[in-house]
Design a protein around this ligand. Structure first.
Ligand code: PLP
Length: 405
């Protein structure tokens, strides 16, 4: 049923009905999100804020309502804590720059983990280079979970910030972020959570989690591309300098100097993506109508089914973080007579059978290097996937094996 609400899912690929299992890269959009974009450009497109005319007011109302909806969705204390960005990457870069300007100096330390996406590595590396600070990496244990004891011992008086993924985009496993935040807060160290792979799959409550910052992308949660969020506790955001200068982020501009706008506008220079924010609010409505608990439960059962089927029906398979609870994604490799079948070959042959998966390093090269393979095959789920999709995947993998042998 839900499937029918996503027009792209009726696509035929190489003469076969599409099975879309690349949701961790980007999800498909329900009709109501597509309609929201068309509606915006058709009926009320106009630049927001300070507009005295009707269209501008209509656009402004929708943009600010979307901000409030997002705040409610993640249980932020106020809409002032929601900064619109282009996506997770943009949000982390914004934070790295801004936090770095205010709080990082030579000899300071920032902590990330060994399984981060490049966008939660490189902005911090760049900051550390700029400020002659040190990036420290929480190691993984043999079972590919974070070594939390090592983490606890890494926190010290020089640590300025911890930034970790809530759910790994490669392994689909959840990190114990609540405990990590608690430990960091014992030493007054703020924590940023990269929630790009958790927000689409489970209820998020930033106040309960007690994270100081949280970032995510609209396009991975059935919303539009070019739209993301940086959540920050108001007390922290007030202490950070603006990231970019320009319109919207100012209070007054004089040749002698400029005063900055209040939150959240201080961080939103230039014309924002107001059609995108409206479309994202529709994606949130779509998910909320189904219910986040329900989405989490159904996808959890589907991931369990997929892992069990892969283990039972695919000879020579190696699933990473096998038997651990998977959220949204499963990564694996396949071996024939002890030799790795290159994941790219598997991805290509699956595509020819209408099955879309992602192969390679998934923008997490340090993690993939540590697994000692050139990449993995990753299947990732959305709320429209069902057992039939998994059965098609399994049949396509079996056919792939016979084609390669
Ligand atoms: N962080 C994680 C865990 C991700 O999975 C991704 C994208 O795959 C990103 C960050 C980057 O997201 P975006 O490309 O939307 O900025």
């Amino acid at each position: 049923m839900r499937r029918e609400e996503f027009p792209i899912l009726t696509t035929q690929v190489h003469g076969q009905p599409l099975v879309y299992l690349d949701n961790a890269a980007t999800s498909q959009k329900p009709q109501m999100v597509v309609d929201a974009i068309v509606e915006g450009y058709t009926h009320w497109n106009s630049n927001i804020h300070r507009g005295t005319h009707y269209l501008s007011q209509q656009a402004t109302i929708r943009h600010e309502q979307a901000r409030q909806q997002i705040a409610d969705f993640i249980h932020a204390s106020s809409a002032r804590e929601i900064i619109f960005t282009k996506g997770t990457t943009d949000a982390i870069n914004m934070l790295a720059f801004s936090f770095g300007e205010a709080f990082i100096s030579q000899g300071d330390e920032i902590i990330v983990s060994a399984l981060e996406h490049h966008s939660n590595i490189v902005p911090w590396q760049m900051l550390c280079e700029r400020k002659q600070a040190t990036l420290r990496v929480i190691p993984l244990k043999e079972d590919l979970t974070l070594d939390t004891e090592a983490y606890a011992s890494m926190l010290n008086a020089r640590t300025r910030l911890v930034s970790v993924a809530h759910v790994s985009n490669v392994l689909g496993i959840r990190q114990p972020v609540e405990e990590m935040i608690r430990l960091a807060h014992q030493q007054q160290i703020p924590v940023c959570i990269d929630a790009a792979q958790s927000v689409p799959h489970m209820p998020i409550d930033v106040r309960q989690m007690d994270c100081d910052f949280l970032v995510f992308s609209g396009h991975k949660m059935y919303g539009p591309t070019g739209m993301g969020v940086l959540y920050g506790k108001e007390a922290w955001l007030n202490r950070l300098p603006p990231y970019q200068g320009g319109g919207e982020m100012i209070q007054h501009v004089r040749w002698e100097g400029t005063t900055y706008n209040e939150l959240p506008y201080k961080f939103e220079a230039g014309t924002p993506n107001f059609i995108g924010s409206y479309a994202l609010s529709k994606a949130i409505e779509y998910m909320t109508d189904i219910g986040l608990e329900k989405i989490a439960k159904e996808e959890g059962l589907l991931a369990q089914y997929a892992e069990a089927q892969l283990l039972e029906k695919i000879p020579g398979i190696k699933i990473y973080a096998e038997k651990q609870e998977k959220i949204g994604a499963i990564s694996f490799n396949m071996y024939q007579e002890g030799r790795l079948i290159h994941p790219f070959d598997i991805g290509t042959l699956l595509d020819q059978q209408g099955v879309a998966v992602r192969t390679g390093h998934h923008c997490a090269e340090p993690l993939i290097d540590s697994l000692g393979v050139p990449g993995t095959v990753r299947v990732s789920f959305g709320l429209y996937n069902d057992r039939e999709d998994i059965d098609r995947l399994i049949r396509a993998l079996q056919r792939t094996i016979s084609m390669l042998s």
